[in-house]
Design a protein around this ligand. Structure first.
Ligand SMILES: Cc1ncc(COP(=O)(O)O)c(C=O)c1O
Length: 488
């Protein structure tokens, strides 16, 4: 790429990716754009006059200047909330249905790709990257895994991580290597220790992919500081690994000392510091618009982009037109524009921050008071990682010898399983830490400080109904009191 400082990272591609051939029919299909007056007798494209649809009307929250706090105006005023409307028809709109509803390329509709590129430039100014539309981050991240993962490979991730996705590449023969975390998320020194001690003769190829969630990590709620991001990126360059930056909570970052209010600055992403082309950033509309949108995008080097497109060209072809039309109109002057999107997400982060604060106040009153559990305030995202002070339980043991090969020294795992059932009986559903343990051969990576001895956490969310938070936390506190009083 002319003027690009990106390095050649071809050796990270999986065999599946290298073997995949571009879809030959898509190659012919692209030729229809070679000249303005090209006539195509090539494709089985239904004629647009036969689409049984000619108009889409959207009514969305108003983000106009007069609306001071778009999110609270929208949710507070119900049907009379200020709104904006726009219409797309067969021949009119930023992305008319005539074009939008036709088959397109794996990268997404060119107009949609353009507005999403503008959005990415606005927040991250990536040096030299290209956007590929996806069906959200679940889709985006699992495509990255396939792009890079070879059976027998080891990938790195936070020791507690988003199991929906760490589960995905297991059937492709990927092994996970858990990296220790603390309150600030993934610890760079631990990452360095693992990589410098890696013995390729005994352990196979050194891990060449890190999957991480830098803001409001799921499940722990941790956010990586700028300093840690820079250290991790330097390690990626030194040990030659790719960073998959799964960042659905980027816009839900909360005030911190000296960074608050109208001038709030979003944390620099890994993408924004990526000079080599070794970051694959994965963005989603699920948390800032609606999960049912099933729309997101990957921002990567042109090399990875081309291979992603080849994968999509021979499978799903591209995301649905309805979402792409909506997004294109929203991010153009017919809708919110990027400045309006920015107003919305800034207002949204305040709304989630208010919910977080309400949740934590209630948590401190109801749960912390028992002295049996505690929690830190997350700096981003939707989750509180509640620590259960399990060592206060009368049946807690720290001298256990397991017969099943586990190196755990305590009975934390058993006690937490019991507590989970009791909480369910008490009428509350929570996520136990055990389901987020990065799936790995623990005995290989985790001998001195087994994760089974550190499963005394529960993931709680403050994303839902405020009205149910207080009764849920009161029930949780009651269950904890009864459980800890139980000597059996
Ligand atoms: C870390 C993380 N990645 C990915 C996803 C899935 O996102 P999407 O709805 O865009 O597929 C979630 C959703 O909860 C998430 O927390």
């Amino acid at each position: 790429m002319a003027g690009s400082s990106q390095v050649d990272l071809t050796h990270h591609l999986s065999t599946e990716t290298r073997l995949r051939k571009p879809n030959p029919m898509k190659a012919i299909w692209r030729l229809t754009r070679r000249k303005a007056d090209m006539i195509s007798l090539a494709n089985g494209d239904p004629h647009f006059t036969l689409y049984p649809i000619r108009k889409l009307e959207f009514e969305v929250a108003s983000v106009e200047d007069g609306v001071l706090d778009p999110v609270s105006s929208w949710r507070g005023a119900g049907a009379s909330a200020p709104s904006q409307s726009f219409t797309t028809t067969t021949h009119s709109g930023t992305l008319p249905l005539k074009a939008a509803m036709q088959y397109s390329a794996g990268a997404g509709l060119p107009d949609t790709q353009r507005v999403v590129t503008d959005l990415t430039n606005f927040y991250h100014s990536p040096p030299d990257h290209v956007v590929t539309l996806t069906l959200g981050n679940g889709d985006g991240v699992s495509k990255c895994f396939r792009l890079l993962g070879e059976p027998g490979d080891h990938f790195l991730t936070d020791e507690f991580s988003f199991s929906s996705l760490t589960n995905a590449p297991l059937s492709h023969g990927i092994n996970w290597v858990p990296v220790k975390i603390d309150n600030g998320g993934l610890v760079p020194e631990e990452l360095e220790r693992i990589l410098s001690n890696w013995n390729e003769e005994q352990q196979g190829r050194r891990p060449h992919v890190l999957y991480t969630v830098p803001c409001g990590q799921n499940p722990t709620g941790c956010t990586l500081s700028v300093e840690r991001r820079r250290k991790i990126y330097a390690l990626a360059q030194r040990f030659d690994f790719i960073i998959i930056e799964d960042d659905p909570y980027y816009y839900l970052q909360y005030d911190a000392d000296g960074n608050e209010g109208e001038t709030f600055k979003f944390m620099p992403s890994f993408l924004s510091i990526d000079v080599d082309g070794r970051v694959m950033r994965v963005d989603s509309l699920s948390k800032v618009m609606a999960p049912g949108m099933r729309l997101g995008w990957i921002t990567s080097s042109a090399l990875f982009h081309d291979h992603l497109v080849t994968l999509v060209d021979s499978s799903t072809h591209h995301p649905h037109a309805f979402g792409q039309v909506f997004l294109t109109e929203m991010l153009s002057s017919s809708g919110w524009n990027i400045s309006g999107f920015d107003r919305w997400v800034r207002s949204l982060r305040k709304e989630y921050q208010r919910r977080r604060d309400y949740f934590l106040r209630t948590f401190y009153q109801e749960v912390s008071r028992t002295g049996l559990a505690s929690a830190n305030a997350p700096e981003a995202g939707m989750f509180v990682w509640m620590k259960v002070h399990i060592d206060k339980h009368p049946r807690y043991r720290s001298d256990v010898q397991h017969t099943n090969g586990s190196k755990a020294k305590t009975n934390v795992e058993e006690l937490m399983e019991e507590l989970f059932e009791r909480i369910l009986d008490g009428g509350v559903v929570v996520m136990p830490a055990s389901i987020f343990v990065a799936p790995s051969d623990l005995n290989k990576f985790d001998s001195d400080d087994p994760i089974q001895d550190r499963l005394n956490f529960l993931r709680l969310t403050f994303a839902g109904q405020e009205e149910t938070m207080q009764p849920a936390l009161a029930r949780l506190a009651q269950v904890l009191k009864e459980f800890f009083a139980d000597t059996k």
